[in-house]
Design a protein around this ligand. Structure first.
Ligand code: ADP
Ligand code: MG
Length: 452
């Protein structure tokens, strides 16, 4: 009987998602049945179902599978109040849909990843400032900078640091109401509240927290009413001297379509960036993770030089680095081999290929300028002389061919030229290539020089 399995096993979720989340989102779920690999749950509102699916779907699925049910997908259907006592008369769905958000979900944030703690965060030059700021906020003393704004490229540890702050605050002051969610979830909740006419509840939930953390705030850029609401929430909390922590993939001033008043609000606090990792940091992270894995996969040996090789070759982001190590250990334990450079080549060839050094437009411009013996500044400057315009077009052509940049992006790097100018340059070279053997020879050499 699947639903009995569900009732028996769902408690396992408490540990992972916390009591609050469990009481708000899991307890009310009623499993209706299992058919053709689809487990169906009854939920009181579609929002409820969407929320559970997005935030806990994977964990529920894994749990049911671990219990031996052959289930591949979860389905949520609207029905009578899912949490109603069996003995109680069935209530109509419409009544169930008008639930009080405050009562049902005291602080419905996203779940925190238990692994993202300060202990597991490796500190190096590129992230030491961000780490120090996060530590300070996590001490939970008087609010010294508001907001703390963390920014940096993908996979550099923004989310990890935010979760670490939340864990730490919660451990030091369990009564503190800490709400962590992504900007996308903020918008989702806001739109839902509008639709269900519960905007007052929405406002009061967000204004009653002690610490608000919004991840990937660049997401709300250009979403006008969400920005507006975010701005008011933000101000209300700052006025109450409540700590706000924000992350984004770039600096506040550089987020396109973000309202100016929000940008300037963001800049009022402390803005710190996570720099791209350097070799030492990558090696440090790898060593930490390797120690962890070595303890898990007993008997697996990792040869000297392997971690150094990975730290040297995989420079894109920490997530890729971690993925590589995970795969390496899993593979080695499967085939019973030691982890050496040969195994690395065998099982990570795709990752290594993908992280081959990326060419930049600037490098292309420099090489082409060198080749034709013109000044680099003339590449982006306005001169129309053939002796300069032609090499410039060659550089445009190569930029289009050898980088993933769009025509407008290339235009910007050629002194703010229009994308039609770039297109014209690219076509010109394509036309000439077949008849002008000197040109095609130049292109061949340049390509070789650039691609190594
Ligand atoms: P972001 O939010 O900046 O895109 P994440 O915080 O999700 O990046 O980090 C991606 C992965 O890399 C996570 O698994 C995280 O634990 C790990 N990671 C990033 N930086 C570090 C670090 N300094 N030490 C340990 N793990 C890190
Ligand atoms: Mg993130």
């Amino acid at each position: 009987m699947p639903s009995a399995v569900w009732l028996r096993s769902r408690e396992a979720l408490i540990k992972r998602i916390g009591k609050n989340n469990y009481a708000s989102w899991i307890e009310p779920l009623v499993m209706r049945g299992l058919l053709d690999g689809v487990a169906t749950f009854v939920v009181p509102t579609s929002f409820f179902g969407d929320w559970v699916k997005r935030n806990f779907g994977d964990q529920i699925l894994a749990l049911l599978q671990a219990e031996g049910l052959s289930v591949a997908r979860l389905d949520f259907v609207l029905g009578q109040d899912a949490s109603a006592d069996v003995a109680a008369p069935a209530r109509a769905p419409r009544v169930a849909a008008k639930r009080d958000l405050r009562a049902e979900s005291p602080l419905p944030g996203a779940t925190l990843d238990a692994r993202f703690t300060f202990d597991s965060f490796v500190v190096g030059k590129p992230n030491e400032l961000a780490h120090a700021a996060a530590r300070r906020v996590a001490e939970g003393g008087p609010v010294s900078f508001n907001p703390l704004f963390l920014y940096g490229g993908v996979g550099l540890g923004k989310t990890h640091l935010m979760h670490a702050i939340a864990h730490e605050l919660q451990a030091r002051q369990p009564e503190l109401r800490v709400l962590y969610l992504s900007a996308e979830q903020f918008m989702y909740r806001f739109v839902q509240a509008l639709r269900e006419k519960q905007i007052m509840d929405f406002k009061s939930i967000f204004r009653s927290v002690d610490v608000l953390m919004v991840d990937d705030v660049q997401f709300i850029a250009g979403k006008d009413s969400t920005q507006e609401e975010f701005f008011h929430t933000f101000n209300a909390l700052v006025d109450q001297n409540k700590q706000i922590i924000i992350s984004a993939d770039r600096a506040p001033g550089e987020i396109k379509d973000l309202e100016d008043r929000i940008k300037s609000r963001m800049q009022c606090g402390l803005v710190v960036d996570l720099h791209p990792t350097d070799y030492e940091l990558r090696l440090g992270i790898l060593q930490t993770k390797a120690d962890y894995y070595a303890a898990q996969y007993k008997g697996l040996v990792i040869n000297p030089g392997v971690l150094e090789f990975l730290a040297h070759r995989i420079t894109s982001n920490v997530r890729v680095l971690e993925g590589a190590l995970t795969r390496l250990f899993a593979f080695a334990s499967l085939v019973g081999r030691e982890i050496n450079l040969e195994l690395v080549q065998d099982c990570l060839s795709d990752i290594l290929r993908a992280s081959d050094r990326k060419l930049t437009i600037e490098e292309i411009q420099r090489k082409v300028a060198e080749h034709y013996n013109i000044r680099l500044s003339d590449m982006i400057g306005p001169k129309r002389l053939r002796a300069i315009a032609r090499p410039r077009q060659v550089a445009m052509y190569l930029a289009k061919q050898l980088t993933p940049r769009s025509l407008p992006e290339i235009g910007r790097r050629f002194g703010g030229r229009d994308h039609t100018t770039i297109m014209h340059g690219v076509r010109k070279i394509e036309d000439l290539m077949s008849t002008d053997s000197q040109l095609s020879d130049d292109l061949l050499r340049l390509r070789r020089a650039l691609q190594g």
